[in-house]
Design a protein around this ligand. Structure first.
Ligand SMILES: *Cc1c(COP(=O)(O)O)cnc(C)c1O
Length: 374
């Protein structure tokens, strides 16, 4: 069976984890944490980064940083993972679901302003498949209405909008290093802070509400409990694993893009049967995902079954959050047809570093055969 995903090890992970273990400091915010943060800040121009135990936790830090309160409204796409919504719901806010666009699953910016009310506090765009949302439009609206923008950049490492790295544009941004993402640590994430107002407090929230980090830098002479917070920082063992991945990011990205391009080339003959990924001119492709969109749910399910019979594990993706058992009766009742469209029709194909060209050709060949027969 060709799996949907296989975590890739660069070879240095165990070595760095052993170093971390022998260093005598296994808890968070040590040498490897600092190396990871410095490397990503330098490469992508984030003002400040903090490693977290997950992207979900980074979003939770963001929700705390913008002082999310009951009565606040947070605009997020319905076509996303639950982690985009949960951090705000946990702090008592109302989530207002936006629809996806027509050309790709990203938030539809044409409809965005109509969702803004005096209670709106933030917009959380999700760069689906690592392909940028229209950040110029989103930042303009945020400026005009005094809103925060928190990029859910879970899938978006090493991708950009008009030349600017994703995660460096919003006031805050959250990345994931879950084993299904391009750069991994098993479970892991990162908060990127691009607005100076949040830098100091972010570190305090990260360290359980204490000013411990400033203390260890010698900036204050004792540390104490100064704010709310939680244990958002990963251990040095996780950071050591991640550092090996960061060192190899160029190689990982090159291989993923190579495989992605083969998918595109091989499937372009099916253009009138399926929709291929759309990458706007302002966006780059970080090859996080190769997806296709089928004409309806019946074709999608038949294709997934067909591929399974040929030892290929392909999967659908999000179910619209506005229709979820948890949130449907809290949703304001608007139809979100594009979100439902992608819920029913989108299929993700295997894409991981060690996938071979032969395997990609087997997958694309099987898909072509399916559409010849159906
Ligand atoms: C993977 C993902 C998350 C969650 O990341 P974790 O690190 O598992 O918490 C959140 N949002 C999106 C869009 C994701 O793809």
């Amino acid at each position: 069976m060709i799996p949907f995903n296989k975590p890739y090890l660069t070879g240095k992970e165990a070595h760095y984890m052993y170093q971390a273990a022998l260093s005598g400091k296994l808890s968070g915010n040590g040498i490897f944490t600092k190396k990871c943060q410095a490397a990503l800040e330098a490469k992508y121009g984030f003002k400040k980064t903090l490693l977290t135990t997950s992207c979900t936790d980074a979003l939770e830090m963001a929700a705390i940083l913008i002082d999310t309160k009951p009565g606040d409204e947070i605009i997020i796409p319905s076509y996303t993972f639950v982690s985009t919504a949960n951090p705000f719901i946990l702090r008592g806010a109302t989530v207002v679901f936006a629809d996806s666009g027509v050309s790709n699953p990203n938030i539809d910016t044409a409809l965005l302003e109509s969702l803004i009310t005096p209670r709106t506090k933030a917009i959380v765009p999700v760069h689906y498949a690592g392909i940028a949302c229209d950040m110029e439009k989103i930042m303009q609206l945020a400026d005009k209405h005094g809103l925060f923008v928190i990029e859910d950049a879970a899938q978006a490492i090493d991708s950009s909008f008009n030349g600017r790295p994703l995660g460096s544009i919003g006031h805050l941004a959250a990345f994931s290093f879950h084993e299904t993402k391009n750069i991994i640590a098993g479970e892991g994430g990162m908060l990127a802070i691009n607005d100076d107002r949040f830098v100091e407090r972010a570190e305090i929230i990260w360290e359980k509400g204490t000013n411990r980090s400033a203390f260890f830098r010698g900036e204050i002479d004792k540390y104490g409990w100064v704010d709310i917070g939680s244990s958002f920082l990963p251990s040095e063992v996780i950071a050591a694993f991640l550092y090996a991945q960061i060192e190899n990011i160029a190689d990982i990205q090159q291989q993923r893009k190579h495989l992605w391009e083969i998918y595109l080339r091989e499937l372009s003959s099916l253009k009138d049967r399926i929709t291929l990924p759309f990458i706007p001119e302002y966006a780059t492709n970080n090859a996080h995902m190769f997806y296709i969109v089928c004409q309806d749910i019946a074709v999608r399910q038949a294709l997934i079954a067909w591929l399974k019979e040929r030892d290929v594990y392909a999967v659908f993706h999000y179910l619209s959050l506005h229709k979820s058992p948890f949130y449907h009766d809290k949703h304001d009742g608007r139809n979100l047809p594009q979100s439902d469209y992608y819920s029913d029709r989108l299929v993700r194909l295997p894409l991981f570093y060690e996938l071979t060209e032969e395997q990609v050709l087997h997958i694309t060949g099987s898909i072509k055969e399916f559409f010849e027969k159906n």
